[in-house]
Ligand binder design. Structure first.
Ligand code: GBH
Length: 449
Protein backbone atom coordinates (compact mmCIF):
# COMPACT_ATOMS: atom_id res chain seq x y z
CA UNK A 1 0.00 0.00 0.00
CA UNK A 2 1.36 3.38 -0.95
CA UNK A 3 0.75 6.15 1.49
CA UNK A 4 -0.10 9.59 0.16
CA UNK A 5 1.05 12.57 2.17
CA UNK A 6 -1.69 15.07 3.09
CA UNK A 7 -1.71 18.55 1.56
CA UNK A 8 -0.74 20.33 4.79
CA UNK A 9 2.75 20.37 6.36
CA UNK A 10 3.27 17.46 8.75
CA UNK A 11 3.91 18.89 12.20
CA UNK A 12 6.09 17.50 14.96
CA UNK A 13 5.19 17.80 18.64
CA UNK A 14 6.15 20.93 20.55
CA UNK A 15 9.57 20.51 22.13
CA UNK A 16 10.71 18.03 19.48
CA UNK A 17 14.52 18.09 19.26
CA UNK A 18 16.31 18.33 15.87
CA UNK A 19 19.97 17.58 15.36
CA UNK A 20 22.63 15.78 13.38
CA UNK A 21 25.10 13.09 14.38
CA UNK A 22 28.73 12.00 14.10
CA UNK A 23 31.02 9.60 15.94
CA UNK A 24 34.48 10.15 17.40
CA UNK A 25 36.60 7.93 15.17
CA UNK A 26 34.79 9.12 12.05
CA UNK A 27 35.37 12.85 12.58
CA UNK A 28 37.95 13.65 15.25
CA UNK A 29 41.39 12.92 13.82
CA UNK A 30 44.24 13.84 16.23
CA UNK A 31 44.54 10.18 17.11
CA UNK A 32 47.69 10.59 19.18
CA UNK A 33 46.89 13.95 20.81
CA UNK A 34 46.64 14.58 24.55
CA UNK A 35 47.32 11.05 25.71
CA UNK A 36 44.77 9.19 23.60
CA UNK A 37 45.34 5.44 23.55
CA UNK A 38 45.10 3.15 20.54
CA UNK A 39 41.71 1.82 19.44
CA UNK A 40 40.85 -1.27 17.40
CA UNK A 41 40.00 1.02 14.48
CA UNK A 42 43.52 2.51 14.50
CA UNK A 43 44.89 -1.02 14.30
CA UNK A 44 42.43 -2.16 11.65
CA UNK A 45 42.80 0.91 9.42
CA UNK A 46 46.59 0.53 9.48
CA UNK A 47 46.32 -2.95 7.93
CA UNK A 48 46.69 -2.92 4.12
CA UNK A 49 43.48 -3.68 2.25
CA UNK A 50 41.06 -3.09 5.11
CA UNK A 51 39.94 0.42 4.10
CA UNK A 52 39.01 1.04 0.43
CA UNK A 53 41.21 4.10 -0.02
CA UNK A 54 43.78 3.26 2.64
CA UNK A 55 42.68 6.18 4.79
CA UNK A 56 42.93 6.10 8.59
CA UNK A 57 41.39 8.01 11.48
CA UNK A 58 43.79 10.89 10.74
CA UNK A 59 42.86 13.54 9.94
CA UNK A 60 39.26 12.43 9.24
CA UNK A 61 37.27 15.68 9.52
CA UNK A 62 39.73 17.15 12.05
CA UNK A 63 36.94 17.89 14.51
CA UNK A 64 39.13 17.41 17.57
CA UNK A 65 40.69 20.74 16.59
CA UNK A 66 37.79 22.35 14.71
CA UNK A 67 34.93 21.68 17.11
CA UNK A 68 34.26 25.33 17.94
CA UNK A 69 33.70 26.40 14.36
CA UNK A 70 31.65 23.23 13.78
CA UNK A 71 29.36 24.16 16.67
CA UNK A 72 29.07 27.69 15.26
CA UNK A 73 28.02 26.20 11.94
CA UNK A 74 25.32 24.16 13.71
CA UNK A 75 24.00 27.40 15.19
CA UNK A 76 24.08 29.06 11.75
CA UNK A 77 22.00 26.20 10.41
CA UNK A 78 19.51 26.51 13.25
CA UNK A 79 20.15 23.01 14.57
CA UNK A 80 19.13 22.33 18.17
CA UNK A 81 21.22 19.32 19.16
CA UNK A 82 24.42 17.47 18.35
CA UNK A 83 24.97 13.74 18.75
CA UNK A 84 28.67 12.90 19.07
CA UNK A 85 30.54 10.04 20.67
CA UNK A 86 33.24 9.92 23.31
CA UNK A 87 36.40 8.06 22.31
CA UNK A 88 36.97 5.57 25.13
CA UNK A 89 40.76 5.54 24.40
CA UNK A 90 40.93 9.29 25.09
CA UNK A 91 39.34 8.87 28.51
CA UNK A 92 40.79 5.52 29.62
CA UNK A 93 43.75 5.03 27.26
CA UNK A 94 44.46 1.43 28.28
CA UNK A 95 40.78 0.51 28.49
CA UNK A 96 40.99 0.03 32.23
CA UNK A 97 42.87 1.68 35.05
CA UNK A 98 44.28 5.15 34.64
CA UNK A 99 41.93 7.94 33.58
CA UNK A 100 43.27 10.63 31.23
CA UNK A 101 42.08 14.02 32.46
CA UNK A 102 42.96 15.67 29.14
CA UNK A 103 40.48 13.40 27.41
CA UNK A 104 37.73 14.27 29.84
CA UNK A 105 38.57 17.96 29.53
CA UNK A 106 38.10 17.82 25.77
CA UNK A 107 34.56 16.46 26.05
CA UNK A 108 33.75 18.83 28.92
CA UNK A 109 34.74 21.76 26.68
CA UNK A 110 32.71 20.34 23.80
CA UNK A 111 29.64 19.94 26.01
CA UNK A 112 30.04 23.41 27.50
CA UNK A 113 30.45 24.75 23.96
CA UNK A 114 27.14 23.13 23.04
CA UNK A 115 25.36 24.44 26.13
CA UNK A 116 26.75 27.97 25.63
CA UNK A 117 25.22 27.93 22.16
CA UNK A 118 21.88 26.53 23.34
CA UNK A 119 22.52 23.15 21.71
CA UNK A 120 21.48 19.87 23.37
CA UNK A 121 24.21 17.24 23.78
CA UNK A 122 23.44 13.65 22.83
CA UNK A 123 26.45 11.61 23.90
CA UNK A 124 27.24 8.11 22.69
CA UNK A 125 29.68 6.28 24.95
CA UNK A 126 30.69 3.54 22.54
CA UNK A 127 30.72 4.01 18.77
CA UNK A 128 33.08 1.15 17.90
CA UNK A 129 36.48 2.49 19.02
CA UNK A 130 37.39 -0.12 21.65
CA UNK A 131 40.75 0.42 23.38
CA UNK A 132 43.21 -2.01 21.75
CA UNK A 133 44.47 -3.46 25.06
CA UNK A 134 40.93 -4.68 25.80
CA UNK A 135 40.79 -6.35 22.39
CA UNK A 136 44.12 -8.01 23.11
CA UNK A 137 42.38 -9.56 26.11
CA UNK A 138 39.42 -10.76 23.98
CA UNK A 139 37.33 -7.62 23.50
CA UNK A 140 33.55 -8.00 23.40
CA UNK A 141 33.88 -11.77 23.11
CA UNK A 142 34.88 -11.88 26.78
CA UNK A 143 32.87 -10.91 29.83
CA UNK A 144 35.60 -8.82 31.43
CA UNK A 145 34.99 -6.04 28.87
CA UNK A 146 31.50 -5.55 30.35
CA UNK A 147 32.89 -4.27 33.64
CA UNK A 148 35.57 -2.21 31.96
CA UNK A 149 32.85 -0.44 29.95
CA UNK A 150 30.73 0.19 33.04
CA UNK A 151 33.76 1.76 34.80
CA UNK A 152 34.51 4.01 31.83
CA UNK A 153 30.83 4.95 31.55
CA UNK A 154 30.76 5.90 35.25
CA UNK A 155 33.76 8.19 34.73
CA UNK A 156 31.85 10.08 32.03
CA UNK A 157 28.59 10.20 34.00
CA UNK A 158 30.49 11.67 36.94
CA UNK A 159 32.32 14.20 34.76
CA UNK A 160 29.05 15.43 33.21
CA UNK A 161 26.74 14.81 36.15
CA UNK A 162 25.29 18.32 36.02
CA UNK A 163 24.43 18.21 32.30
CA UNK A 164 20.96 17.44 30.99
CA UNK A 165 22.23 15.23 28.18
CA UNK A 166 20.78 12.39 26.15
CA UNK A 167 23.13 9.47 26.82
CA UNK A 168 23.43 6.52 24.45
CA UNK A 169 25.40 3.61 25.81
CA UNK A 170 26.30 1.52 22.78
CA UNK A 171 25.92 2.26 19.09
CA UNK A 172 24.56 -0.67 17.08
CA UNK A 173 25.63 -3.74 19.03
CA UNK A 174 24.53 -5.76 16.00
CA UNK A 175 27.08 -4.16 13.70
CA UNK A 176 29.97 -4.68 16.11
CA UNK A 177 28.94 -8.28 16.78
CA UNK A 178 28.05 -9.35 13.25
CA UNK A 179 30.45 -7.29 11.12
CA UNK A 180 33.41 -7.03 13.52
CA UNK A 181 33.32 -10.36 15.41
CA UNK A 182 31.25 -12.80 13.32
CA UNK A 183 32.49 -11.07 10.16
CA UNK A 184 35.72 -9.37 9.16
CA UNK A 185 34.62 -6.16 7.39
CA UNK A 186 34.99 -4.11 10.55
CA UNK A 187 37.48 -4.08 13.41
CA UNK A 188 38.49 -6.30 15.11
CA UNK A 189 37.81 -8.65 12.14
CA UNK A 190 37.53 -11.88 14.11
CA UNK A 191 35.45 -13.95 11.68
CA UNK A 192 33.82 -16.32 14.17
CA UNK A 193 30.06 -16.54 14.74
CA UNK A 194 30.37 -17.76 18.32
CA UNK A 195 32.53 -14.73 19.12
CA UNK A 196 29.88 -12.59 17.43
CA UNK A 197 27.12 -14.01 19.61
CA UNK A 198 29.21 -13.57 22.74
CA UNK A 199 29.71 -9.95 21.63
CA UNK A 200 25.92 -9.55 21.39
CA UNK A 201 25.39 -10.63 24.97
CA UNK A 202 28.36 -8.78 26.41
CA UNK A 203 27.47 -5.49 24.73
CA UNK A 204 23.86 -5.71 25.90
CA UNK A 205 25.04 -6.53 29.40
CA UNK A 206 27.53 -3.64 29.25
CA UNK A 207 24.62 -1.38 28.34
CA UNK A 208 22.66 -2.67 31.34
CA UNK A 209 25.57 -2.17 33.74
CA UNK A 210 26.14 1.34 32.38
CA UNK A 211 22.49 2.21 33.02
CA UNK A 212 22.97 0.93 36.58
CA UNK A 213 26.02 3.18 36.94
CA UNK A 214 24.08 6.14 35.54
CA UNK A 215 21.33 5.69 38.14
CA UNK A 216 23.94 5.28 40.88
CA UNK A 217 25.73 8.51 39.93
CA UNK A 218 22.36 10.28 39.83
CA UNK A 219 23.18 12.16 36.66
CA UNK A 220 20.68 14.44 35.01
CA UNK A 221 19.40 13.65 31.58
CA UNK A 222 18.18 10.43 30.04
CA UNK A 223 19.77 7.19 28.88
CA UNK A 224 19.18 4.42 26.36
CA UNK A 225 20.84 2.28 23.68
CA UNK A 226 21.03 2.84 19.90
CA UNK A 227 19.86 -0.09 17.73
CA UNK A 228 19.94 -0.32 13.95
CA UNK A 229 16.59 -1.87 13.11
CA UNK A 230 15.43 -3.10 9.74
CA UNK A 231 11.99 -4.29 8.62
CA UNK A 232 12.21 -7.66 6.87
CA UNK A 233 9.99 -8.50 3.90
CA UNK A 234 9.49 -12.13 2.90
CA UNK A 235 8.77 -13.17 -0.67
CA UNK A 236 5.51 -15.15 -1.08
CA UNK A 237 5.88 -18.39 0.86
CA UNK A 238 8.86 -17.08 2.80
CA UNK A 239 7.06 -16.18 6.04
CA UNK A 240 9.15 -18.53 8.19
CA UNK A 241 12.43 -17.37 6.68
CA UNK A 242 11.37 -13.74 7.14
CA UNK A 243 10.45 -14.36 10.76
CA UNK A 244 13.85 -15.95 11.43
CA UNK A 245 15.71 -13.09 9.76
CA UNK A 246 13.64 -10.59 11.74
CA UNK A 247 14.58 -12.45 14.91
CA UNK A 248 18.28 -12.19 14.06
CA UNK A 249 18.20 -8.56 12.87
CA UNK A 250 15.76 -7.01 15.32
CA UNK A 251 14.40 -9.22 18.11
CA UNK A 252 17.81 -10.55 19.18
CA UNK A 253 18.36 -7.04 20.57
CA UNK A 254 14.84 -5.78 21.28
CA UNK A 255 13.56 -8.78 23.22
CA UNK A 256 16.30 -8.99 25.86
CA UNK A 257 16.19 -5.19 26.32
CA UNK A 258 12.41 -4.83 26.45
CA UNK A 259 11.20 -8.26 27.56
CA UNK A 260 14.16 -9.77 29.37
CA UNK A 261 14.50 -12.79 27.06
CA UNK A 262 16.38 -13.87 23.96
CA UNK A 263 14.11 -15.02 21.10
CA UNK A 264 14.16 -18.72 20.18
CA UNK A 265 14.33 -18.13 16.45
CA UNK A 266 17.50 -16.04 16.42
CA UNK A 267 20.14 -18.60 17.31
CA UNK A 268 20.30 -22.38 16.85
CA UNK A 269 21.74 -24.96 14.51
CA UNK A 270 18.28 -26.22 13.51
CA UNK A 271 15.68 -23.47 13.69
CA UNK A 272 17.79 -20.35 14.16
CA UNK A 273 18.81 -17.79 11.54
CA UNK A 274 22.29 -17.68 13.07
CA UNK A 275 23.60 -21.21 12.75
CA UNK A 276 25.31 -21.72 16.11
CA UNK A 277 25.04 -23.78 19.26
CA UNK A 278 22.20 -22.23 21.27
CA UNK A 279 23.19 -24.04 24.46
CA UNK A 280 26.67 -22.53 24.25
CA UNK A 281 25.11 -19.09 23.91
CA UNK A 282 22.74 -19.66 26.82
CA UNK A 283 25.70 -20.72 28.96
CA UNK A 284 27.07 -17.15 28.64
CA UNK A 285 23.89 -15.74 30.14
CA UNK A 286 24.38 -15.83 33.91
CA UNK A 287 21.69 -15.38 36.54
CA UNK A 288 20.81 -11.69 36.78
CA UNK A 289 22.09 -10.79 33.32
CA UNK A 290 18.70 -10.49 31.67
CA UNK A 291 17.37 -8.44 34.57
CA UNK A 292 20.30 -6.04 34.16
CA UNK A 293 19.84 -5.84 30.39
CA UNK A 294 16.11 -5.16 30.68
CA UNK A 295 16.29 -2.57 33.48
CA UNK A 296 14.08 0.34 32.39
CA UNK A 297 15.64 3.00 30.18
CA UNK A 298 14.46 6.54 29.49
CA UNK A 299 14.48 6.12 25.74
CA UNK A 300 15.17 3.74 22.87
CA UNK A 301 17.25 5.15 20.00
CA UNK A 302 16.43 3.81 16.53
CA UNK A 303 18.85 4.05 13.62
CA UNK A 304 17.02 3.58 10.38
CA UNK A 305 18.60 3.16 6.97
CA UNK A 306 16.44 0.69 5.07
CA UNK A 307 14.88 -2.74 4.74
CA UNK A 308 15.80 -6.33 3.89
CA UNK A 309 14.08 -8.93 1.74
CA UNK A 310 14.40 -12.71 1.88
CA UNK A 311 13.12 -15.70 -0.09
CA UNK A 312 12.02 -19.07 1.26
CA UNK A 313 15.50 -20.56 0.94
CA UNK A 314 16.89 -17.85 3.13
CA UNK A 315 18.56 -15.93 0.30
CA UNK A 316 18.61 -12.17 0.73
CA UNK A 317 16.64 -10.35 -1.97
CA UNK A 318 16.74 -6.86 -3.36
CA UNK A 319 13.20 -5.61 -2.74
CA UNK A 320 13.91 -1.88 -3.15
CA UNK A 321 16.63 -0.04 -5.08
CA UNK A 322 19.90 0.35 -3.20
CA UNK A 323 21.31 3.76 -2.37
CA UNK A 324 24.93 4.44 -3.35
CA UNK A 325 25.66 2.19 -0.34
CA UNK A 326 25.14 -1.33 -1.69
CA UNK A 327 23.71 -2.61 1.62
CA UNK A 328 21.04 0.08 1.85
CA UNK A 329 17.62 -0.63 0.30
CA UNK A 330 15.73 2.61 0.61
CA UNK A 331 12.09 2.41 1.71
CA UNK A 332 10.75 5.30 3.79
CA UNK A 333 7.52 3.53 4.76
CA UNK A 334 9.63 0.92 6.53
CA UNK A 335 10.47 3.59 9.11
CA UNK A 336 6.79 4.15 9.82
CA UNK A 337 6.24 0.40 10.05
CA UNK A 338 9.14 -0.05 12.46
CA UNK A 339 8.05 2.79 14.76
CA UNK A 340 4.47 1.51 14.88
CA UNK A 341 5.58 -2.08 15.38
CA UNK A 342 7.79 -1.16 18.34
CA UNK A 343 4.88 0.71 19.88
CA UNK A 344 2.47 -2.19 19.29
CA UNK A 345 4.75 -5.06 20.29
CA UNK A 346 6.53 -3.82 23.40
CA UNK A 347 4.36 -2.88 26.35
CA UNK A 348 7.31 -1.40 28.24
CA UNK A 349 8.65 0.66 25.33
CA UNK A 350 10.17 3.95 26.50
CA UNK A 351 9.94 7.12 24.35
CA UNK A 352 11.74 6.78 21.01
CA UNK A 353 14.32 8.92 19.31
CA UNK A 354 15.77 8.49 15.81
CA UNK A 355 19.50 8.77 16.37
CA UNK A 356 20.61 8.15 12.75
CA UNK A 357 18.97 8.31 9.32
CA UNK A 358 20.57 9.22 6.01
CA UNK A 359 22.14 8.23 2.68
CA UNK A 360 25.49 8.80 0.96
CA UNK A 361 26.10 11.12 -1.99
CA UNK A 362 26.16 9.41 -5.41
CA UNK A 363 29.35 11.35 -6.18
CA UNK A 364 32.32 10.08 -4.15
CA UNK A 365 34.16 13.34 -4.85
CA UNK A 366 31.46 15.17 -2.97
CA UNK A 367 28.70 17.53 -3.99
CA UNK A 368 26.97 20.61 -2.65
CA UNK A 369 23.75 20.05 -4.58
CA UNK A 370 22.34 16.84 -3.08
CA UNK A 371 18.70 16.44 -4.13
CA UNK A 372 18.79 12.70 -3.36
CA UNK A 373 19.53 13.40 0.29
CA UNK A 374 16.80 16.01 0.58
CA UNK A 375 14.33 13.55 -0.95
CA UNK A 376 15.47 10.80 1.42
CA UNK A 377 15.22 12.96 4.52
CA UNK A 378 11.89 14.46 3.48
CA UNK A 379 10.21 11.13 2.79
CA UNK A 380 11.54 9.61 6.00
CA UNK A 381 10.45 12.59 8.09
CA UNK A 382 7.00 12.37 6.53
CA UNK A 383 6.81 8.76 7.66
CA UNK A 384 8.06 9.68 11.12
CA UNK A 385 5.39 12.39 11.37
CA UNK A 386 2.79 9.90 10.19
CA UNK A 387 3.80 7.54 13.00
CA UNK A 388 3.67 10.38 15.54
CA UNK A 389 0.17 11.31 14.37
CA UNK A 390 -0.84 7.70 15.06
CA UNK A 391 0.42 7.80 18.63
CA UNK A 392 4.11 6.88 18.44
CA UNK A 393 6.04 8.74 21.14
CA UNK A 394 9.00 10.10 19.16
CA UNK A 395 11.03 12.88 20.80
CA UNK A 396 14.19 13.61 18.81
CA UNK A 397 15.66 13.17 15.32
CA UNK A 398 19.31 13.19 14.21
CA UNK A 399 20.32 13.20 10.56
CA UNK A 400 23.38 11.08 9.79
CA UNK A 401 25.69 12.82 9.38
CA UNK A 402 26.57 16.42 10.25
CA UNK A 403 29.76 16.17 8.18
CA UNK A 404 31.29 14.06 5.45
CA UNK A 405 33.63 11.75 7.37
CA UNK A 406 35.55 8.47 7.64
CA UNK A 407 32.96 5.90 6.55
CA UNK A 408 34.58 2.82 8.13
CA UNK A 409 35.67 0.26 5.51
CA UNK A 410 34.71 2.73 2.77
CA UNK A 411 37.18 5.26 4.15
CA UNK A 412 36.72 8.76 2.77
CA UNK A 413 35.09 7.47 -0.44
CA UNK A 414 31.50 7.62 0.76
CA UNK A 415 30.08 10.93 1.93
CA UNK A 416 27.11 11.00 4.29
CA UNK A 417 27.22 14.62 5.48
CA UNK A 418 24.62 17.35 5.21
CA UNK A 419 27.77 19.50 5.28
CA UNK A 420 30.47 18.94 2.65
CA UNK A 421 34.08 18.67 3.74
CA UNK A 422 36.93 19.49 1.37
CA UNK A 423 39.53 16.98 2.55
CA UNK A 424 42.41 19.09 1.17
CA UNK A 425 41.52 22.18 3.18
CA UNK A 426 39.00 20.84 5.74
CA UNK A 427 36.70 23.62 4.59
CA UNK A 428 33.03 23.07 5.47
CA UNK A 429 30.23 23.97 3.04
CA UNK A 430 26.59 23.21 3.89
CA UNK A 431 24.96 21.14 1.18
CA UNK A 432 21.53 22.03 -0.20
CA UNK A 433 20.02 19.38 2.09
CA UNK A 434 21.41 21.21 5.15
CA UNK A 435 19.68 24.43 4.07
CA UNK A 436 16.49 22.50 3.49
CA UNK A 437 16.80 20.71 6.86
CA UNK A 438 17.30 24.06 8.51
CA UNK A 439 13.84 25.03 7.27
CA UNK A 440 12.32 21.84 8.66
CA UNK A 441 13.81 22.56 12.08
CA UNK A 442 12.56 26.13 12.03
CA UNK A 443 9.03 25.10 11.08
CA UNK A 444 9.06 22.00 13.30
CA UNK A 445 7.27 20.46 10.34
CA UNK A 446 8.03 18.77 7.05
CA UNK A 447 6.39 19.72 3.77
CA UNK A 448 4.07 17.13 2.22
CA UNK A 449 5.84 17.20 -1.16
C1 GBH B 1 25.66 3.36 10.80
O1 GBH B 1 25.59 1.97 10.61
C2 GBH B 1 26.80 3.72 11.72
O2 GBH B 1 26.32 3.88 13.06
C3 GBH B 1 27.54 4.96 11.30
O3 GBH B 1 28.73 5.07 12.02
C4 GBH B 1 27.79 4.91 9.81
O4 GBH B 1 28.60 5.94 9.35
C5 GBH B 1 26.45 4.96 9.12
O5 GBH B 1 25.65 3.91 9.54
C6 GBH B 1 26.54 4.86 7.60
O6 GBH B 1 27.02 3.61 7.22
O7 GBH B 1 30.84 -3.61 5.26
O8 GBH B 1 29.43 -4.60 3.58
O9 GBH B 1 29.63 -5.67 5.76
C7 GBH B 1 24.57 1.52 9.71
C8 GBH B 1 24.50 0.01 9.62
C9 GBH B 1 25.89 -1.90 9.40
C10 GBH B 1 25.66 -0.44 7.56
C11 GBH B 1 27.16 -2.46 8.80
C12 GBH B 1 26.92 -1.04 6.90
C13 GBH B 1 28.42 -2.93 6.86
C14 GBH B 1 28.22 -3.51 5.50
N1 GBH B 1 25.70 -0.53 8.99
N2 GBH B 1 27.13 -2.41 7.35
S1 GBH B 1 29.62 -4.42 4.99
Amino acid sequence: TTWTAPAEPLRFPEGFVWGSATSAFQVEGSTTADGRGVSIWDTFAAQPGRIDDGSTGDPAADQYRRWESDLDLMVDLGLQAYRFSVAWPRVVPAGSGEVNQKGIDHYRRLVDGLLDRGLHPAITLYHWDLPQPLQDAGGWAVRDTVDRFAEYAAVMFEALRDVDATWLTINEPKTTAMVGYAGTEHAPAIGDLDAGLAAVHHQLLAHGKAVEAFRAVGGQGSIGIALNLMPVYGAPGAEAAASRLDAAENRLYLDPLLRGEYPDEAIGSAAGQLNADRAAFDALVLPGDLAAISAPCDLLAVQYYGVAGIDKNGTWLEVFPPSPASWQQVHAEGLYEMLVRLTDDYADLPPLIISENGIPDPDAQGQIEDPQREEFLRTHLQQAARAVAEGVDLRQYYAWSFLDNFEWARGMTQRWGIVHVDYETQRRTPKASAQWYSGVVKANAVAPV
